[in-house]
Design a protein around this ligand. Structure first.
Ligand code: MN
Length: 272
């Protein structure tokens, strides 16, 4: 991170996609208490799986919220928009000074493999990275009965590292914490996203007016045998940290297109 002005505490902005009243962001704020000047700007309602959506056809409103950490109240706003909206609004309007670090989470449920794309939690951190800020997303790999305390302790460890060091330009960290007790976590591993996908289907149902509607459902399938992946790390009991970037250029794929005849003088096909 860029060092804060002399004597100033680092400014840490918290966001999420489960909504400002979700237990995960409260646990995150409590876990980071004392590491800097905390503020919270997060969606008023749950925005899971909205990805990097932004609101452009409707107004976005921000409401002050009560938010307490052990050392006292911290500034907080609920935003009637998406996670990416929240980070934009925080940085452009709500905060007096841009944050030194943006932390998104703690999400209820994993954000491994392809789910990074669907995740509002990760997108809040990605938005911060686009704005030139250091950021990380943190998720707890448990949907039904999340206990955020251990994930909060790991969040604190990683945030302390991030405040001490500088992330490469355009790179953020995506952290997934296994749902284990502190002593059952094996350690922490730098990973890559696993190749995986959802085998999906829609369940068709009928509403009271006799019209069909659909619920998306599916099974998550790991197609990757690598031990260096996020999925493998979490399965083996490690906290997974994946460096990710919003530059989606397939840098390694250029060779595969060598013989396509790219040529600045190429012309469209007009034979039809
Ligand atoms: Mn979520």
């Amino acid at each position: 991170m860029s060092s804060p002005a002399s004597g100033d505490e680092p400014r840490i902005l918290l966001c999420n996609d489960d909504g400002i009243h979700a237990p995960g962001i409260q646990s995150l704020a409590s876990a980071l208490d004392g590491l800097g000047e905390l503020s919270v700007v997060a969606p008023t309602t749950e925005q899971s799986a909205v990805g990097h959506a932004i609101t452009v056809r409707d107004p976005v409103r921000a409401h002050r919220e009560e938010f307490e950490v052990p050392s006292g109240p911290i500034p907080a706003w609920g935003v009637t928009g998406t996670p990416a909206d929240s980070v934009k609004l925080a940085c452009h309007e709500l905060l007096d000074t841009p944050p030194d670090l943006v932390v998104s989470g703690i999400n209820q449920g994993p954000n491994t493999a392809v789910n990074v794309l669907y995740s509002g939690t990760v997108s809040a951190a990605t938005e911060a990275s686009i704005l030139g800020l250091d950021s990380l997303a943190i998720s707890l790999c448990e949907w039904s009965e999340p206990q955020f305390e251990v994930a909060g302790q790991w969040a604190r460890r990683i945030v302390m590292w991030a405040l001490d060091r500088e992330l490469p330009q355009g790179v953020l960290l995506n952290v997934n914490v296994p749902a284990l007790s502190a002593e059952d976590i094996e350690g922490i591993a730098l990973t890559r996203q696993a190749r995986a996908r959802w085998e999906e289907g829609f369940e068709e149902r009928t509403d009271p007016a006799d019209r069909s509607y659909y619920w998306l459902s599916g099974t998550f399938v790991n197609l990757d045998n690598g031990s260096e992946t996020d999925l493998s790390a979490v399965e083996r009991g490690y906290v997974s940290v994946t460096p990710i970037q919003y530059d989606m250029t397939a840098h390694d794929a250029f060779d595969a297109f060598d013989d396509w005849g790219w040529d600045e003088s190429a012309e469209p096909d007009t034979s039809k």
